[in-house]
Design a protein around this ligand. Sequence first.
Ligand SMILES: [Fe+2]
Length: 499
Amino acid sequence: MQAIIARNGLETPEPVKAEVKGSVPSWLQGTLLRNGPGLFSVGDSEYNHWFDGLSLIHSFTFSNGEVTYRSKYLKSETYKRNVKADRIVVSEFGTMIYPDPCKNIFSRAMTHFRNIIPDFTDNNLINIIRYGQDYYASSEVNYINQVDPSTLETVGRVNYRNHIALNLATAHPHYDKEGNTYNMGTAIIGLGRPKYIIFKVPGTTSDKDLKKPALRKVQQICSVPFRSTLYPSYFHSFGMTENYVVFVEQPFKLDIVKLATAYFRGVNWGSCLKFDEKDDTFFHVINIKTGKANSLRYHADALVVFHHINAYEDDGHVVFDIIAYKDSNLYNMFYLHNMKKETDNFIEANQEFSPPVFPFHSIDITWVTAQSTSGTFSGMELPGINYDFNARKYRYFYGSRLEWSPHPNKIAKVDIVTKTHVEWRQENCYPSEPVFVASPGAVEEDDGVILSSVVSSDPSISPFLLLLDAKTFEEIARASIPVPVHMDLHGLFIPDTGK
Ligand SMILES: [Fe+2]
């Protein structure tokens, strides 16, 4: 496994046809776009952390029972500058770059400047998000890069700050039935009082002919002040019900002073994130129709959350499900020196790793109560649902099994009513985050298929796109890809509507 997790990927710029075993449903028409790190060294220089790798975009296109694959590196400014220099010249969250002493004074001064007032990298390696009809590779900074989903060409980068005052924004927005996109960001410095921002991009704002980004019509819904000015919470996602945003202000915080001085102190920005186990977790419930936060705040013991699963309103309550950790060790597990260890050594070195647990939190929006009603299921990450059930009461979620390793080797379907689960696995195979696509006219929540991109450490097994029946979790088809595919992070299925 160690041989494939952090090796440099290869582009397949022209589409290649996969060999299908089984039967891909003819109704499945569209493209699964996926994103993740794919290049971990440039020239002789290497990144330190898996989340630093340069973005490689993948597409799996389904048409009349056939599957084609292609991949291209995101041609971000970061990618272009690194390739031109034949070394890593742009700092990433886990890798701080210092100027080449051989360069002239102007070049060195520019490197200093970029790292003192962080003009963050535009290496958007985490997810694919939609604003209007535009698709963007995204990470968690002020830049996103537009990608053409049919060719995987990089259209160009967009700076959130040209449209709305924020420094960071999540790679996990929400979408409503009208096609609007909701997201959250953080305004840290130079943008007035520090605050979290909730914003909306209307679904009808794209203007492809005039090349105007959908973000030009962004609307700020509301803002929430930091509870502590110099220590904003890090957050990776949020929950959304029909009327509310659920925001977990966790004691996993960015230290602004450390961030601003990291370059001089010779440490990376990732080291400026700190988990304060003695602090509380605050839950904010914000009405997205009025823009007002509920006047009551809810707290719980310290926890760390990356991914929300779903949230909904039920009989006067806001119920939200998250994957929670008791500390922030997960981030450290993804340092490349750690990921490259043999499994036994890895387990030994990560004795302290606390696996993800799945508590159900329920907040009564009229009474100050926040309770964890379960916590019995552990080891699931990268959760996904039938998105038609987002913001609705639901029963199933899908995800990767992440136990004593950062290498997910199983995917599972969890029934949150019976608290049972079923799994798919194959020896030496590593399936990506499962993505649910509903059957046409589906009524039942789990009527559809699961898509997962699978790579293998066994050279005799080609990478393949796996299709499971979402009801039974049984394999209905696999499309073997005749070229290398790299392990990735998140993605989005774009249905072909025939327009
Ligand atoms: Fe994520």
